[in-house]
Design a protein. Sequence first.
Lengths: 221, 279, 634
Amino acid sequence: MTGAGKRIVGITIATAIVCVVIGLYIGLYLVNVPGSVAATQTATGAQLYLATVPSAALNDSHPTWVSYYAVNASSQDWQHKTTYVLPANTLVHVTIFNYDSASGLRNPWFGQATGTVGGVITLNGKQAPAINNVDASHVFSIPQIGLSVPLLGVSATAKNPCSNAPCSLSNDHTVTSFTFRTPGKGLYRWQCFVPCAAGFIAGFGGPMQTVGYMDGFIKVV
Amino acid sequence: MDETNHFRRVVLLWLLATVIMTPIVIFVFGPGLPPGNGTVEASGQVTDNTVLLATATPVALGVLVYLGYVLWAFRERTPEVVLDGPPIRGNSSVQFWWLIVTTTLVLFLAGYGTIRMLADGSGGGQGPNPLAVPATPAGGKLVVQVVAQQWQFNYRFPGYGGVETNQVELPANTLVQFNVTSLDVIHSFWAYQLGVKADANPGVNNVAYVTTKGPLTFQVRCAELCGVWHGYMFGTGYVVSRARFAAWIAQQRVKFAPATKQLPPYSKTYFPQALRRAG
Amino acid sequence: MSAIAVPATARPTGWRKLIGFNMLTGILLGIGGWFLGYWIGGRFTGVNIAYYSKTAGQNDISIMLGYLLGVVGFLVGLGFANYPLKRMLGHPPSLAEQESEGEGLYKYFTLSTDHKVVAKQYMVGIGLFFFVAGLNAMLIRTELLQPNVHVFGANQYLTLVGMHGSMMMGTMTSGLLGPFATFLVPLMIGSRRMAFSRVSAFTFWLLMAGEVILLTTIFFGGFQTGWTGYQPLGAQGTAGYDAYIGFFALVGLSMTLFGFNLVVTITTMRSPGMTWTRLPIFVWGALTTAWLMVLAAPMLIAALLMAASDRTVQTAFYIPGQGGSAYLFQNLFWVFGHPEVYILALPGMGIVLELIPVFSRKPLWGYRLAVAGMLGIAFLSFFVWQHHLFVSGINADLRPFYMLSTELISLPTGFIFLCAMGTLWRGRIRLTVPMLFCLGWIFNFLWGGISGVFNSDVPSDVTTHGSFFVMAHFHYTIMGGLIFAFFAAIYYWVPKMYGWKLNERLAKIHFWTLFIAFNSTFAPLFALGFMGMPRRVVTYNPAWQGLNIWVSVSAYFIGLSMLVFLFNVVWSLAIKREPAPANPWHAKSIEWELPTPLPVHDFDRIPVFDHDPYPYGEPAPTRAPVIAPAGGTA
């Protein structure tokens, strides 16, 4: 092969390698999605444990962002996953531990629970249809099925607040439980409605708009 | 072949194609044109689209028939030899008539569209001071505020205690005034079968009208990119009889009483508070 | 002052060649500038700013300053500061120090004042980013194959959509004029260079810097606004939006300067005998586009400057509730945005009208009408922008006016069609590959234009605004129009620019695959829009899945046709290298009277024109070539 020919082949191979490497990097970036967690089966349906924290874990890519976590109740194992796999047409019980303080709702309408069984939530042991909208810290909502549950914030004068995930039960927190019925098979999405993304304009940027923090999917199978 | 022969052929071919295609377009495609005949304004849009399509058909056919003909008649049959064609640099008569015909077409379409738009607003958002308000039918008028937020549409009924719901039902044979606004970024309230689209601009009251007819199921979708769940910002609404609507809205008032207590007073625009706390 | 070639100075060989003011130095200094700017941004510790950047986990001031100093470093490394500094130190003016012959590929990675080199730099740069943006489109269509299974993350998908739109719009505004006007306008008017040769190089490297900035958005979370960048959604977002601002600010600056350069060149540097009525129609297309660039692009820079200020120093130009208005951004953006789409369309019209006479062997029919059409489009394009805002709550009194002005703009567009069609009449039509692309342009732009009339009609627009119908409309005009003209120009002028032939059979495969796949991809989108599918969605009504699959598969065929083109380019221009004759198309415009390859100084003597470039069919003796044969005394 001539010198020029060798050079062209060499350049072509080098370019191809560079393109493949870049392609892999970008490809991995594109398909990088949080993992999924399945609700545990119970006698009466299914049970899901979630938690909301004021800042993600220190080794997270965004350690200053608020986030939802899924909790394995027995081992208190915190998983930074926002896709929840639920059985179809089943009563699902959800318990959410909230470690974050209140930001207040932009639209006070979300202070009322909708779409739950009985139209109520159980908050720190007591049943109520709504909370005071200025005390809302987060909301767990699946708009496609009309579910929306407000989460009461930890008091501003709390003695032992949690800073970064994972939090422990000894940190100040509120517990909200509710039950709802899943629809048929499909992919649905959930989100928060409290502007809790501190540092972003209107509190709705960053974690509020990023799957894996304050947004995720419900996979009904 | 002399000049007239080609020209006459093209005109005849075009006339034939037009005479065949235009009725097909009007009577076969016309009724299927969006957004259907569910409301008065939607029907108006269907008529408008039919007129546009019927006007576009001869124009498109003109260009296509002409192109097809010249590519057949004037193609160089012996490409190895490079010969020039006749040095025709223009024809003022053709240019003149083209100008007249196209100007007439354009002015007609602009005029017709304007008349159609001013008749009943065509279901589009007209801003806070709408120009075209449709006539009120037998059922009366209903004001519904569409509150768009990231990423759900809520509906507020000022005439029913300011109750806010996440579902919408509308009474039949009623003039519905949508006051569309947003709490955060620009969304767009698009109720397809109603024939309504109005952008939800924060701090702006965008008014759109629709005159409902009979019972109808309509899809609501957000039509302006508003963030990650823009594609998931949709829902279903219903047009029901006036009696059913009265029962429904009463039931909603009961259901959402706790929320209504906490809502700010009804207003045409809202400026929610910025973040209260730090971190 | 004539710019005769200076003898090439002896250059070092091997790796030492890389030391000097070139792209590598530019990249190194650019990276250095990024770190310096980022560090300086971190010094701003006012209370509000520190709070926002700490809790959000991003510092927009650092990022924007980093981009700014990075671009400055890049340009300094390329050598753009050298001449201004020299002049400030008292050196005399000089024009030709970077023009040189026989340097091989090195000169393409430097600041070159030879317009032919800049044109080829544009060709490769534009081509590269056109393909990247096209790849993005393939990925978008992959996501849309299924409504309920997501291949990509929801955030990443929106970034893909925004990247595709932004990269295509930002790149292709210079897509036709960059390579072809830079190469041809001086030749066609009888000049040896553009009026401002350094500005010419500057606009190219600015564009490249901007593209790289756009690509860095993935390191900062991407941007969620699509190419239109609406506020306050953009102000809300993560730092990826800063990359969007940086990209379009640089594109805007590049466009303004490029347009300015073209306007001055065409107005002042025409050689004797090149009167306004003899100007090739391609040059008219370039001139009208250049005016649009000069007048519209600064609006974009202004709009984005305010957006950047909202994100960094907490102003509230676009934040309602704090005194600002979301409308302000929409209006500022579209005042730029509408002329922008005519910046995309006019060069394509110029190219198609330039090529059809060659391949019909007839003069351009209705030359003055065509010029009037281009001038009319350029003028009217400033008066139609509110048609993007018909249902956004603008004052309802405005809508009849904008409906009329938008409908009126179809009149001058019709003139262009009439002139193209008139040129074909009684011609001797030769179906070469450039001609096929021109005919494809006419077909595609017909549907693009007619669907535009639907969109300009408010009642019809109520349903189609923000839906896939609009997507189909602008893809038919921009891709079916501009891109087809782009390929027509490539196949037509590459033999002159590079001196080698492109393989004709591969070219025909490219054309037919692209034409069929393109129509198969975008025609169903009209139907999808009519059925109610909004734009920029990651999920849709499952009833529309069949059509979406059809569209995606057709889009893959578009990609395949581009691979055929790429293969043709690499094979013909790098490997096979079959020399092209000086005038393969037997065209009669001046660039074909010059030898292939062109000498550095273009013309031995400045030509004197006595006819326009369309003397087809006219008697030979009075139409001697403009350039006398070598050794003559023309």
